[in-house]
Structures are given as structure tokens and as C-alpha cells.
Design a binder for this molecule. Structure first.
Ligand code: NAD
Length: 353
């Protein structure tokens, strides 16, 4: 592959993917609407000879058609989305518009383009949908496997599930060479402060309490973002069209344990001025409505068929993440200046405490 069209490339995962692809010598056309979650700073330092940034929406079919025609990418990797569960509880409108309608526009534009290219190019072309383990809903015991029924339980998860169904339907009905990946919770540098790990780090650094939903019992499958991005390039390059691949580091932890580990790392790297332990700042707050208890992915397919495995342990990845937030004041200051950067979302339709 020589050229990728990546959507959502100014977001958290997208910016790591663009960086990795460019490092590997690929040319990347990066389409991002720069919503509150998109951050041009995330793209700083990426060489512009191999990175074309286009500000625009996946809902704009004419723009999509023009980009496909002009750049003739070998693959489309679709990450652009509204991605925060809590926001989807307050107002799912944008989730439907971006995650479902936007995916539909991208599929239509991609199908038109794919039908018009020569046989060799058509054979090589791929479309990769970047999805989430949340489409399976809460898994009491055991693991979700590729092909398991979907049971999404938040508007965010439902919108991602709908998009996945559309993607598969374009493969079955039209032969579009699509792939779907489902991944658990990513963490790493440049993640917007509204998500658990950056929020915890930034609250602690600001001397504020570290809010944990409910009793912190919810279990998530954690993966360092660069491992996820390596998997995406593996799947788009080697995966079999029509198939779904789970991506995970097989590292499942309760939110409370994640918070305690962050506290321990900060005790070492940035001890509190008053000598107290950071863990003392943990505060339990009202739970997320309908909070899924546990997600867990079976990742044997990607390991056995494509030979991919996560490289970073949670402890090492977290240390790198905390260090990055400590060393990147300008990024942090700007991210915190955005509206609602650390404020609680997701209680808008229930009574606020
Ligand atoms: P993010 O919120 O950090 O980034 C999303 C990006 O999409 C932003 O840059 C935003 O500006 C852009 N965007 C939003 N609407 C757009 C539109 N209409 N047109 C073009 N761009 C638009 O999200 P993320 O955490 O980087 O997640 C990326 C993708 O990976 C999403 O599809 C998400 O569902 C999926 N995913 C995320 C995780 C995770 O833990 N973060 C896990 C599994 C899957």
C-alpha cells in the first residue's frame, strides 16, 4: 500500500495512526471535521510531504468523492466519530448524524469510487471500519467472539453497531472489500481530557478530586493506542475482506484499579506537595446511567491468523502516558481551556446531583 485515506485523523487514535503510517513511508490523506475532539496540535511534527490534512466532514459526499478521485488511496480507514458515551446519553443527535449517516455517506462514496477504478486497483482496495467492543454490550463472563450478536446499550454503542451493520451489508450486497475491527479502551498520549485516564491524570495534577463512577467496579479491556494502530495497519494490509478482527491486549481491569495505578505512578513521578498519597483524592460519584459492567474480547483470531500481538504492558503504557502529560504543558493547557474539558457529562437526562 502507498496511500491511505484516514478519517478522524486529528483525534486521539487517528493522530497516532497517521503518525505510524507516515513513519512507515505511506502517504496519508487525513479528513477531519475538527469537532471539539479534533485537535490540530495532535498532528504537530508529522512531515507534510506525506500528510495532507483536509478539514471537512464525512457527511459531505461530494468532498469524499473528490478526495477519492484526486488521491486514489489504496485503502480507507474510517475512525471519524462522536466517541464519548457520556455525551451520547445527554444528546445522541450528533452520534446518529456522524456515526451512522457519516459512515453511510463514506460507504456510498467509496463504493462509487471502487466501481470506477481498474481491476488491479479494485482487487487491492480495502475499506476498514474502526469499531468498539461496546457493540456487544456487557459481557457477564467469558469473552465476546467475532460473529457474536450485538447488544449495544448506549446511544454511542448503538450508533457504532448500526455503522458496522451498514459496512457488512456493503460487503455482502456489493462486494466492497470491507473489514471491521473491534477494540477495547485505548489510552495513551493526546487523548482528550474527558476520557477516564487523561481525566484522572489531569484532575490529580490540578489538585482536584479524581471522580470514579459508581464503585469503580466496571471492567474494561485496556490497550495502548500505538498497539491498536499497529493492529489497524496489519488488518488493512493482511486481513481478509468481509471479516471482523478483535483487537486487544487481554488486559482487563476495574476502573478503580486503573485509578489506583495512575495514583501510584504519579506518587513516584510527581508527588503531592503536602506529602499525602494521590490515592486519597479518589472520590466515588454518581454512576453513569446504564453503565455496562464488563467488556472482554477474545483476540485469538488476529493473533492466530495475522500474527499480531500487543507489545506494551499496561504498567509500561501507563507510565509513558503519564510522562507525556507531565511533559506537554502546552497541549494540556490548551485542551483544558476547551469548553467542558473536565466537566461531568451524561447526567443531562437524569437528575443532576
Ligand atoms: P476522538 O473523539 O478522539 O476523535 C474523533 C475524531 O473524529 C475527531 O478528530 C473529530 O474531529 C473527528 N470527527 C468527528 N465528526 C466528524 C465528521 N463528521 N467528519 C470528519 N471528522 C469527524 O475518538 P477516538 O478515541 O480517537 O476514536 C476514534 C475511533 O475509534 C472512533 O470511531 C471510535 O468509535 C473508535 N474506538 C475508540 C476507542 C477508544 O477507546 N477511544 C475504542 C474502540 C474504538
Amino acid at each position: 500500500m502507498e496511500c491511505l485515506l484516514v478519517t478522524g485523523g486529528a483525534g486521539f487514535i487517528g493522530s497516532h495512526l497517521v503518525r505510524l503510517a507516515v513513519e512507515r513511508g505511506l502517504r496519508v490523506v487525513d479528513l477531519d471535521a475538527l469537532t471539539y475532539a479534533g485537535n490540530p496540535r495532535n498532528l504537530e511534527g508529522i512531515p507534510t510531504e506525506r500528510h495532507v490534512f483536509v478539514e471537512g466532514s464525512v457527511n459531505d459526499r461530494a468532498l469524499l468523492a473528490r478526495l477519492l478521485e484526486e488521491h486514489r488511496p489504496d485503502a480507507v480507514i474510517h475512525l471519524a466519530a462522536e466517541s464519548h458515551v457520556d455525551r451520547s446519553l445527554d444528546d445522541p443527535t450528533l452520534f446518529v448524524r456522524t456515526n451512522i449517516n457519516g459512515t453511510f455517506e463514506l460507504l456510498e462514496a467509496t463504493l462509487d469510487h471502487w466501481k470506477g477504478i481498474g481491476p488491479g486497483e479494485r482487487e487491492r482496495f480495502r475499506y476498514l471500519q474502526v469499531s468498539t467492543d461496546e457493540v456487544y454490550g456487557s459481557v457477564k463472563t467469558g469473552f465476546s467472539r467475532e460473529g457474536d450478536p450485538y447488544d449495544p446499550r448506549s446511544p454511542y454503542a448503538a450508533s457504532k453497531a448500526a455503522a458496522d451493520h451498514l459496512v457488512r451489508s456493503f460487503h455482502h450486497a456489493h462486494g466492497l472489500p470491507t473489514l471491521v475491527t473491534s477494540c477495547g479502551n485505548n489510552y495513551g498520549p493526546r487523548q482528550a481530557p474527558e476520557k477516564l485516564i487523561p481525566r484522572a491524570i489531569l484532575c490529580l495534577l490540578a489538585g482536584e478530586r479524581l471522580p470514579i463512577y459508581g464503585r469503580g467496579e466496571n471492567v474494561r479491556d485496556w490497550i495502548f493506542v500505538e498497539d491498536h494502530c499497529r493492529a489497524l495497519l496489519e488488518v488493512v494490509g493482511q486481513g481478509e475482506p468481509g471479516r471482523t478482527y478483535h483487537v486487544g491486549a487481554e488486559d482487563r481491569r476495574r476502573n478503580l484499579d486503573v485509578a489506583s495505578t495512575i495514583c501510584a505512578v504519579l506518587d513516584e513521578l510527581r508527588p503531592r506537595a503536602d506529602g499525602a498519597r494521590h490515592e486519597e483524592s479518589i472520590a466515588f460519584v454518581e454512576d453513569r446511567p446504564g453503565h455496562d459492567l464488563r467488556y472482554a474480547l477474545d483476540v485469538s483470531r488476529i493473533r492466530d491468523e495475522l500474527g499480531w500481538e500487543a507489545e506494551l504492558s499496561f504498567e509500561d503504557g501507563l507510565r509513558r502516558t503519564v510522562s507525556w502529560y507531565l511533559e506537554n504543558d502546552a497541549w494540556v493547557t490548551e485542551a483544558l481551556a476547551r469548553p467542558d474539558a473536565l466537566s461531568r457529562q451524561g447526567l443531562g437526562r437524569t437528575e443532576r446531583t
